[in-house]
Design a protein around this ligand. Structure first.
Ligand SMILES: Nc1ncnc2c1ncn2[C@@H]1O[C@H](COP(=O)(O)OP(=O)(O)OP(=O)(O)O)[C@@H](O)[C@H]1O
Ligand SMILES: [Mg+2]
Length: 348
């Protein structure tokens, strides 16, 4: 493993040992690579796209063919993968990694084509202004068009008889909308008459609920509010949707600089934490000590956040470092993929 990834884990692990005790928290890849469908969700901006790219990279390194499907989003994945812009056409980004930014309108049309099988007729139906307006108004239809297309890619077979994609990663919208999306196939089962739509929704729900074939990955940050919301989200997904949360991925972890004792000492120096502490620094207090005290407070918050998550679901944790200088780059993604690929995250 590259030394940066090793360094991060070496710094992080001792600080987590008290939480995991003698237990070991395994790295996520052996579990992830068995799945056909991964649904990556979490609050806005926590790193869903970054994590999706890192997982795809780690899976591709293990010989898997991976598709990252985005839900009609302002596309940032190409920067993270260091590739050309990704649109509604499915494209190969690098060996083993494909991507598509699903446009629900186009997806519905393609779906229509699959169902109706006659292009002229599909054109007449799906390009019809009134029908388009109607479909837009049907609750969940656009969400299903995107999720259903992502699911459809899990069913495709390549010329060699293998699945076209071993794993489909769905880079879902932020928490609320992500959950809405997972509710949709069930709604279709409740309301749609027997037919292709219903049959596909049934198969999709079957896949999404099967803990051996799919999993939900919840990305979060090591901060108080995101952690509280993550714990609520995990409960909602499991109780309301009966879908398996495979991993909680804590993204953006600062490699700890201080020991417990040092953090306590620095945190107790209240005068270093006041708003004007940095200005006072020029009046005698060392500016580096003020910066250290602030970092110590951040590390305290981070440690407490990780402790709460481990207390909730010790078996399902994975942790990724904060990228100081190469966020949103291929190099940063490779580093995150290496950390994900490490055999054990804590307890070594
Ligand atoms: N581990 C990390 N270290 C540093 N910066 C990060 C890390 N992960 C993500 N970021 C940065 O945080 C921002 C949000 O990341 P990203 O786009 O992956 O989040 P997202 O959850 O997909 O956002 P959205 O909800 O808007 O789709 C980006 O600027 C990204 O570079
Ligand atoms: Mg995103």
């Amino acid at each position: 493993m590259a030394s940066r990834a090793k360094n991060f884990l070496k710094k992080l692990e001792p600080s987590l040992l008290p939480f995991v005790g003698a237990g070991r928290v395994d790295g996520p890849m052996p579990e992830l690579e068995k799945r056909r469908f991964l649904f990556v969700t979490g609050k806005g901006g926590v790193g869903k796209t970054t994590v999706s790219a890192a997982i795809a990279t780690a899976l591709a390194a293990r010989g898997k063919r991976v598709l990252i499907a985005m839900a009609h989003t302002k596309e940032r994945l190409s920067a993270v993968l260091g590739t050309k812009p990704i649109g509604e056409e499915l494209v190969q980004c690098s060996p083993g990694i494909w991507a598509v930014n699903i446009d629900p309108q186009v997806a519905l049309y393609e779906y229509g084509l699959l169902v109706i099988k006659v292009k002229a007729l599909t054109n007449a139906v799906f390009r019809n202004e009134y029908i388009s307006a109607f479909l837009r108004a049907v609750p969940g239809m656009y969400e299903w068009a995107m999720l259903g297309k992502a699911w459809f890619h899990t069913t495709e077979v390549a010329h060699d008889g293998r699945p076209r994609f071993d794993v489909v990663i769905f880079d879902a919208p932020a928490t609320g909308h992500g959950l809405d999306m997972l509710r949709v196939p069930k709604v279709i089962l409740d309301v749609a008459p027997p037919g292709v739509l219903r049959r596909d929704a049934e198969r999709a729900v079957g896949l999404f609920r099967d803990p051996t074939r799919s999993g939900i990955l919840v990305v979060t940050l090591p901060e108080e509010m995101p952690v509280t919301e993550t714990i609520e989200l995990v409960n909602a997904v499991e109780t309301e949707l009966s879908m398996p949360v495979l991993r909680i991925i804590i993204n953006g972890i600062f490699p700890p600089l201080f020991s417990d004792g040092e953090r306590a000492t620095l945190g107790a120096r209240r005068e270093l934490l006041t708003l004007d502490a940095a200005e006072s620094a020029s009046a005698g207090v060392d500016a580096a000590v003020v910066a250290a005290a602030r970092r110590a407070v951040r590390e305290n918050v981070q440690r407490e956040s990780i402790r709460r998550l481990i207390a909730t679901r010790p078996e399902s944790m994975a942790m990724l470092p904060f990228l100081f200088d190469d966020a949103s780059t291929r190099a940063g993604t490779d580093l995150l993929a290496e950390v994900l690929g490490a055999p054990v995250i804590a307890g070594r």
